[in-house]
Design a protein around this ligand. Structure first.
Ligand SMILES: [Zn+2]
Length: 202
């Protein structure tokens, strides 16, 4: 017997879209949708407005690859940051984690993933070409590889190291506290700050 419809297609669509969010399955998506609908004025309206603004204004920084409402982004335009240090991260979530940890006052470069030949991710699929250009700038003295201790992360780190080999920059990597196979985004801020402070020559 076919399932009876309990609500119109608009509500069903809301549930289906919410179910695509990380960490939400169909069941929790249904609960979230109902919560939003019940809290229409406090939650659903401001959320839809915030999403409208996000769609309209958020883009990718042409310098570092992070997401922001301005280009260059807030971090790239911040002249109080140390211009001699560049921190390389896989994803925007890692940049946010490092900023939460407050461990370094530098600028970043977001790769947009890691090299993974098995999944067909090669150097051209990552934000690598502009990285090599940036690292060649005379003010850059240190490049910190803040990349996960996964196989793909380490493959990526070695590739970058090879590409930067001819430049006169120190390449360092995160030290103790980053578990093997660990992803940066999941580390607590203290561990992350410690790993950054105790970074070692690559
Ligand atoms: Zn930027």
């Amino acid at each position: 017997m076919a399932q009876k419809q309990v609500a119109g297609p608009e509500i069903e669509r809301l549930i289906q879209l919410l179910a695509k969010l990380p960490g939400l399955g169909p069941r929790s998506a249904r609960r979230a949708a109902l919560h939003l609908i019940k809290k229409k004025d406090q939650l659903l309206v401001p959320l839809s407005e915030a999403m409208g603004i996000a769609v309209r204004d958020i883009g990718i920084c042409s310098v570092c690859g992070t997401v922001d409402t301005s280009d260059p982004c807030t971090i790239c335009s911040d002249d109080k940051r140390d211009p001699s240090v560049l921190v390389i991260v896989e994803d925007v979530s890692d940049l946010w984690a490092l900023e939460r940890a407050g461990a370094v006052n530098a600028r970043y470069h977001v790769l947009g993933g890691t090299l993974s030949p098995l999944d067909g991710v090669g150097p051209d699929d990552l934000n690598l070409a502009s990285l090599i250009d940036r690292c060649g700038a005379p003010e850059i003295q240190e490049v910190i590889l803040a990349i996960s201790a996964t196989v793909e992360g380490q493959t990526t780190a070695h590739y970058i190291m090879d590409q930067l080999g001819h430049l006169d920059v120190h390449v360092t990597k995160l030290a103790h506290g980053v578990p093997v196979g660990g992803e940066l985004d999941y580390l607590d801020e203290g561990t992350l700050a410690q790993a950054l402070k105790a970074r070692t020559r690559f």
